[in-house]
Design a protein around this ligand. Structure first.
Ligand code: BTN
Length: 278
């Protein structure tokens, strides 16, 4: 671990806030992936609530084996170790709860209205601003340790995104036309995450779902789903159900529950919503 650049305001501010809130924090200048390190530390018994944050990642990971671009200093790249009191079957709900928290935190700081694309993307004007990678280890007693990894483009100018992402990625500064203090952004998001995780622990996933659905970027839209086995299924998004699974209804009227895989919004193929989910 190299030493953090203590002269940058973000590190000073985070350290102060976290001392006040008592959250353990590990800062990295460069690391392969905060999620990989968090999983390793979690298996060594790191405290629940520990946060790992890096200025840049050399092997930032996204869902479905993708990589996550982590340009130095412009974004927030962090992971939180949690040991939620939830059965392993409920873990997919965490990604939705954290997505809602991230959405609300960004909306508060930035003054914009971003949307959520199931299961883990934060979108603004149909471009991706942030992603969440939730990973879990289940111990021999069946108790899960969950690592929540978040990559958020904060002060990333359009010119910094690689060419293949240029039309698909955005940042808070592109959306709002100004830069943000990353320490403030992080602190607000952490508060929102704690709030939603507490709601989850209090069995209020229904309430989380009501809020999540209000920001659903794909509800009623025609989607193509690439299953993990490489099969393509197209249908209209009916939104996530009460277990956190997304449902799409194909042209024959069959509803497909989706647990994972890749989703594409067919921008030219939207259809009318005929009926809502239960
Ligand atoms: C996705 O959209 O596919 C999820 C992206 C998650 C990226 C974050 S950056 C911090 C943490 N460390 C990683 O290696 N990945 C997550």
């Amino acid at each position: 671990m190299t030493s953090p650049q203590q002269n940058e305001p973000i590190w000073q501010q985070i350290t102060q806030d976290l001392r006040l809130d008592g959250r353990p924090l590990i800062l990295f200048d460069t690391i392969d992936s905060t999620n990989s390190r968090a999983l390793a530390l979690a298996s060594e018994g790191a405290e629940s609530g520990t946060i790992l944050i890096a200025q840049t990642q050399s092997k930032g990971r996204g869902r479905l084996g993708r990589s996550w671009e982590s340009p130095r200093g412009t974004g927030l790249y962090f992971s939180i170790i949690t040991r939620p009191q939830l059965p392993p079957a409920d873990l997919s709900k965490i990604t939705l709860a954290v997505g809602l928290a991230l959405r609300n935190g960004v909306a508060k700081v930035c003054g914009i209205k971003p949307l959520l694309k199931w299961p883990n993307d934060l979108l603004f004007e149909q471009k991706k601003m942030a992603g969440i990678l939730t990973e879990a280890n289940i111990d021999t007693e069946g108790k899960p340790t969950v690592v929540i990894g978040i990559g958020l483009n904060v002060n990333t100018p359009a010119t910094v995104f690689p060419a293949e992402l240029a039309n698909h990625a955005t940042s808070m500064c592109i959306a709002a036309g100004r830069n943000f203090d990353k320490g403030v952004v992080l602190t607000v998001i952490l508060h929102e995450i704690e709030r939603e995780i507490e709601r989850l622990a209090n069995n209020d996933f229904k309430g989380i779902l009501v809020d999540w659905r209000a920001y659903d970027a794909t509800y009623g839209k025609w989607l193509t789903w690439m299953t993990p086995r490489g099969k393509k299924i197209s249908g209209m998004s009916l939104g996530p159900d009460e277990d956190g699974l997304l449902h799409i209804r194909d042209s024959e009227g069959t509803s497909h529950p989706i647990l994972s895989g890749n989703l594409k919004i067919n921008l030219n193929g939207n259809r009318q919503v005929k009926s809502k989910m239960m």
